[in-house]
Ligand binder design. Structure first.
Ligand SMILES: NC(=O)c1ccc[n+]([C@@H]2O[C@H](COP(=O)([O-])OP(=O)(O)OC[C@H]3O[C@@H](n4cnc5c(N)ncnc54)[C@H](OP(=O)(O)O)[C@@H]3O)[C@@H](O)[C@H]2O)c1
Length: 261
C-alpha cells in the first residue's frame, strides 16, 4: 500500500510526458494538484503525476518557491471571486482576511479585474493591505464590519469565521457570499434561496488557462503579496509544517527537494 503524501502546490520541471501532451521534458512549470479525497500523492515529494492542463509554464520573473505559493493562493482567489462570486469591473468586493495569503492575493486580483475592494484585516496588516490596492480598509479589531452598513456585490470569507446569515445584510440584492469551507453551506444555501442572494463554497481547481492569466498579470507587473519566510529541505518537512502553524509567521514556508530525503 502506498503512503499518503501531503502538499498541494508545486513548481518544478517536467521529467516525463504522456502522449498528446504539449509540454516538453525540462519545461519549468507551476500548478496545483487536483483535489481528490482518495488521492494519495502530494506535492511534498520529488515527483508528482499531473494532468497537463493542471500546470502551466512558469513566468520567468517568478522564482520557483514564490510560484508554488502563488499557484494555490492565486488560483483559489481568482476562481473564488471571479468564477464563484461573478466579480467583474465596476462591482465591489469585500475581502475578509485580507492580511492573509488568499485574502491578500484576492485584493490585488480584484483590482486587476477592475473592481472596487473593501478589505477587512487586523490592525497590524492595515498598511500592507493598503499597499495591495484596497480602496477601503476596515480594522476588524476596532470595528464590527458586519454592522458597517456597507453594501457590496461579492463577499470572500477566507477564514470562514462568518457565514451567510452574518454577512447577508452587507450584500446587495443578487450579491454572492463565497466561503472557502463548506461547513455552513447547507444552512447558508437555504437562507440564500429566500433572500434573493447567493451563498457558495469555492473549491480551487488547477487550470492552465487561469495559471496563464495569473502569469501574464505577474509579467505585466501586478504586485505579488507573497514573501517566502524560510526554505526547508524536504527531509525537514516536520519542522516546515510546524513553522507553518506559528501565528507569528509573516510569509510562506517553502519546501525544497534538492538533496531529497
Ligand atoms: N476551498 C479551497 O479551495 C481552498 C484552497 C486553499 C485554501 N483554503 C482554505 O482557505 C483558508 C485561508 O487560507 P489562507 O492561506 O489565506 O490563510 P491565512 O494566510 O492564515 O489567512 C487567514 C486570514 O484570516 C484572518 N482571520 C482569522 N480569524 C479571523 C476572524 N475571526 N475574522 C476576520 N479575519 C480573520 C487572519 O488574520 P488576522 O487573524 O490577523 O485578522 C488571516 O489574515 C484556509 O483555511 C485554507 O484551508 C481553501
Amino acid at each position: 500500500m502506498s503512503p499518503l503524501t501531503f502538499g498541494w502546490n508545486i513548481a518544478g520541471t517536467v521529467d516525463m510526458v504522456g502522449s498528446e501532451v504539449d509540454l516538453k521534458v525540462g519545461d519549468p512549470i507551476w500548478g496545483h494538484l487536483d483535489f481528490d479525497p482518495f488521492q494519495k500523492q502530494g506535492s511534498y515529494s520529488e515527483y508528482v503525476v499531473m494532468r497537463a492542463n493542471a500546470v502551466a509554464i512558469r513566468p520567468n520573473n517568478l522564482e520557483a518557491a514564490k510560484a508554488a505559493s502563488f499557484a494555490t493562493t492565486g488560483l483559489t482567489a481568482l476562481q473564488a471571486i471571479r468564477n464563484y462570486g461573478g466579480l467583474e469591473s465596476g462591482k465591489t468586493l469585500l475581502v475578509i482576511g485580507a492580511g492573509g495569503g488568499i485574502g491578500g492575493v484576492a485584493v490585488g486580483l480584484a483590482k486587476q479585474l477592475g473592481a472596487e475592494v473593501i478589505a477587512v484585516c487586523s490592525t497590524r496588516d492595515i498598511e500592507k493591505v493598503k499597499l495591495r490596492g484596497a480602496d477601503k480598509v476596515i480594522d476588524r479589531k476596532n470595528e464590527d464590519f458586519t454592522k458597517s452598513g456597507i453594501k457590496v456585490d461579492v463577499i470572500l470569507d477566507t477564514p470562514s469565521k462568518y457565514n451567510f446569515s452574518k454577512c447577508s445584510q452587507l450584500l446587495k440584492c443578487g450579491g454572492t457570499y463565497v466561503d472557502l469551507h463548506p461547513w455552513t453551506l447547507f444552512s447558508g444555501f437555504l437562507q440564500a434561496l429566500v433572500s434573493g442572494k447567493k451563498c457558495k463554497f469555492a473549491q480551487v481547481q488547477s487550470k492552465r488557462e487561469d495559471l496563464e492569466l495569473l502569469g501574464e498579470w505577474t509579467l505585466e507587473g501586478m504586485p505579488l503579496p507573497i514573501s517566502i519566510e524560510s526554505h526547508f529541505p524536504v527531509r525537514d518537512l516536520g519542522e516546515a509544517l510546524h513553522q507553518r502553524l506559528k501565528p507569528s509567521r509573516s510569509g510562506a514556508i517553502a519546501v525544497t527537494i534538492e538533496g531529497g530525503w
